[in-house]
Design a binder for this molecule. Structure first.
Ligand SMILES: [Zn+2]
Length: 449
């Protein structure tokens, strides 16, 4: 017998599932494809997993690396005003005192008095029964829970040895500011870029790779004079929009949300969240923040920059575009996933696809075709990541490559042995054309870039 409250809860739960059924199904299909084809696996799976930890598999690491490399090329290599660093994950704990993270980087935590499950107080209605056990005993008073992941350096677990895994990658770009300035000889405006892991002891992670305790960021700090911050804020917002188009995220799924003063991080005077329509709802993808001179002032007692013309010492102000790597992967996958009448196809931008092409011999039991196809494969893989497949029939191979987003399929047939021409089939249009083997690498490069 259900009591009334449980009945209401079940009803609400059923409604929630019912209303969101299509979206949930889409997310489940993407998660299942990711696992089946080696994009993303549950972490530590043979030991029963570890909640919300995920591993990138053989295809996932290619997709993720392609995004990171394209980002670096786009924002570092192709610009005169940007340099990169790769900093340590664990920094001197004084960094996190200066940055304000020790004092203020926390979420309000409440605990169910019945089942002791913990929730973020700002994410549940604490006047309602517990969503996990249905208990009506209520919740503990909210207490602030610091999100930094703690560890100990050295062989003793003492307070003096406490260190933190970095909760953001920005601080090294401030702490290293003078070293970068002196070695790179950049002048304002210029930026320092970085990419890597950050860690947050989230109370409620979830939604596949959307919110993990260990995640990847690409970010830069762009240093400007104070009176120019608005100009560069708008400039970088435009560049972020362009980048999203370049990686194939559709405009109509994006939302640019001005963050109100009370919701902004402690250091920011203006923040725009770039949100995306994931299957589980509209949530954050990227962020753009004006951090003022807050960080440089905290780390440097003396102004670290001298104007070359006026000789004035000053604290540069900072515009910070942040790009979540895992969230980029997730948005790109959600946008690319397409169901057609007789196939599932990942319509990834060719530049992001794990394999740029797949090479097939028309028939696997004709040694001369297999040998020629292997020759084409060996030649192409010097240029880009290419797959080889001689299993099953050609239809099955197409289907298999559609599902992982390979943009070009190259078939070696009996004509190839005569005239050195192969048939190239386009993933999206399924149109076929003949290309000379010698022209293949420029054909692929031309379509990818
Ligand atoms: Zn409970």
């Amino acid at each position: 017998m259900y009591d009334f409250i449980e009945f209401v809860c079940l009803f609400v739960y059923y409604e929630k599932i019912h209303m969101k059924k299509e979206d949930n199904q889409l997310m489940e299909k993407i998660i299942s494809l990711c696992k089946r084809r080696g994009f993303v696996f549950p972490g530590s799976e043979i030991y029963g997993g570890l909640a919300n930890s995920w591993d990138y598999g053989p295809l996932g690491v290619e997709l993720k690396n392609n995004i990171k490399q394209l980002w670096w090329k786009h924002f570092v290599h192709q610009r005169d005003d940007m340099v990169g660093i790769d900093a340590a994950l664990i920094m001197n704990p004084k960094v996190w005192e200066a940055s304000g993270h020790v004092a203020t980087f926390s979420d309000p935590l409440v605990e169910c008095k019945k089942c002791h499950e913990r929730f973020r107080a700002d994410q549940i209605d604490i006047s309602k029964p517990c969503q996990t056990c249905g208990g009506k005993e209520g919740f503990t008073k909210p207490k602030q829970f610091n999100l930094m992941l703690k560890t100990f350096l050295g062989p003793t677990e003492e307070k003096a040895n406490t260190a933190y895994f970095r909760p953001e990658i920005a601080q090294a770009m401030f702490v290293d500011f003078k070293n970068v300035l002196e070695t790179s000889r950049k002048r304002l405006p210029f930026g320092i870029a970085s990419e890597g892991s950050a860690f947050r002891n989230e109370i409620t992670p979830g939604n596949f790779i959307f919110r993990r305790r260990e995640f990847n960021l690409m970010e830069f700090e762009y240093f400007v004079k104070e009176n120019e911050w608005e100009k560069y804020f708008d400039y970088w917002l435009g560049k972020m929009k362009q980048w999203l188009r370049d990686i194939g995220v559709h405009d109509e799924k994006l939302h640019f949300v001005e963050v109100s003063a009370q919701d902004r991080a402690h250091y920011s005077k203006r923040t725009v969240d770039i949100e995306y329509d994931y299957p589980f709802g509209q949530k954050e993808l990227y962020g753009l923040a004006y951090r003022t001179d807050f960080d440089l002032k905290n780390h440097f007692k003396e102004a670290p920059y001298t104007d070359a013309v006026t000789g004035e010492k000053l604290y540069p102000h900072v515009i910070e575009p942040t790009f979540g790597v895992d969230r980029s992967v997730l948005a790109v996958l959600c946008d690319a996933y397409t169901e057609e009448k007789d196939r599932v196809v990942l319509k990834l931008k060719p530049s992001l696809a794990p394999f740029k092409a797949a090479v097939f011999p028309l028939l696997k039991n004709k040694p001369e075709l297999v040998a020629k196809a292997k020759e084409v494969y060996a030649y192409l893989r010097k240029e880009c990541n290419v797959a080889f497949d001689d299993r099953g029939n050609i239809g099955k191979r197409y289907y298999s490559q559609d599902e992982i987003g390979t943009p070009y399929r190259i078939t070696v047939d009996f004509d190839t042995l005569e005239n050195n021409e192969v048939t190239v089939r386009d993933r999206d249009t399924t149109k076929q054309e003949k290309v000379k083997i010698g022209d293949l690498s420029s054909f692929i490069a031309g379509h990818i870039n």
